[in-house]
Design a protein around this ligand. Structure first.
Ligand code: GDP
Ligand code: MG
Length: 299
């Protein structure tokens, strides 16, 4: 067997600051909606594993929550730990940056990457809506200085621009090895997890700027009856006021959240879904590691 015929398998971490487009990129590379995206930062609180098998190569993507500067809140400390261990254990790191924003926080991430020594590909994202690509030259030069030797690729995760080039760059770093998952498996996440993520995404979308990220979703019940999945989800908020906001006047907002989440679930699971949503106040959980542990955010 030649080197080219050999099976390959490797881990790819997609890292970068909140809102640069990591989830969008992962979804586009996988060709299916697995990771939840939104206009608000910090929506991906869990590490999502997406698997892509193409020909001889299997790529296992780890979408880490960004590396955060604010270590005050417990939840941010946990996200940092998750991100740090992720970048150590992978074969290649895709460092996503926003073409319009290279700042000190990005610089801090770059320093961390250099220290870890894992191969890095810089993906300069959001190059759609750009008239002149020459405006990227200074950023390419900065990358050459900050991360010498790293591949730099300009892409649009949203429009799928240049992602083939990015995939080729990733492939260079995938070692020869047996596949870890069957070729048709796309995630190791449970349907329960994906259902909860979809509800959370709809909440974030519905509320826009009205609510930060102190909302969590727990699946209370997940049952297959015949060809229909019966799902009950509990939405936990921090304050009574937030509960009112999510429910909306005469329940119209919660109804919309439920309808949209249900449609996405039916598409993802390929069957009919009956979805029940409840909202409950759990005070102060986002700053309490014990509560987080009980909710499954820490192993
Ligand atoms: P994450 O926090 O890094 O996972 O970022 P998301 O994937 O959730 O994306 C944040 C926002 O940026 C969303 O509104 C995306 O639609 C948007 N976005 C992502 N990629 C692109 C892109 O290539 N071009 C543009 N214009 N917007 C993008
Ligand atoms: Mg994300």
């Amino acid at each position: 067997m030649t080197e080219q015929d050999a099976k390959r398998c490797g881990y790819v971490a997609i890292i970068g600051q909140p809102n640069v487009g990591k989830s969008t990129l992962l979804n586009h590379l996988l060709g299916i909606k697995l990771s939840i995206t939104s206009r608000k930062p910090q929506t991906t609180r869990h590490k999502v594993l997406g698997i892509k098998t193409e020909g001889n190569a299997q790529l296992i993507f780890v979408d880490t929550p960004g590396i955060h500067q604010n270590r005050k809140k417990a939840i941010n400390r946990i996200m940092n730990r998750a991100a740090e261990s992720a970048i150590r254990d992978v074969d290649v790191i895709v460092f996503v940056i926003d073409r319009l924003r290279w700042d000190e926080a990005d610089m801090a991430v770059a320093e961390q990457l250099k220290a870890v020594g894992t191969p890095v590909i810089v993906a300069i994202n959001k190059i759609d809506r750009m008239e002149n690509r020459h405006t990227l030259l200074p950023l390419f030069e900065t990358m050459e200085q900050v991360l010498p030797g790293a591949d730099v690729v300009a892409v649009s995760a949203l429009r799928g621009l240049n992602l083939d080039v990015l995939e080729q760059a990733i492939a260079q770093h995938i070692p020869v090895g047996e596949h870890m998952f069957p070729a048709d498996q796309i995630t190791d996440r449970s349907e329960r997890f994906l259902a909860a993520e979809l509800v959370r995404e709809k909440i974030t979308r519905q509320l826009g700027a009205e609510l930060p990220y102190q909302v969590t979703v727990e699946i209370e019940d997940f049952e297959n009856r015949g060809n229909i999945k019966h799902i009950s989800a509990l939405i936990l908020v921090e304050r009574e006021g937030q509960k009112k906001i999510i429910i909306g006047s005469s329940g119209d907002r919660l109804k919309k959240i439920g309808q949209q989440a249900r449609l996405d679930m039916e598409r993802l699971f390929g069957c009919k879904v009956m979805l029940n949503l409840w909202v409950k106040v759990r005070s102060g959980w986002s700053d309490d590691e014990r509560a987080l542990r009980s909710l499954g955010y820490i192993d």
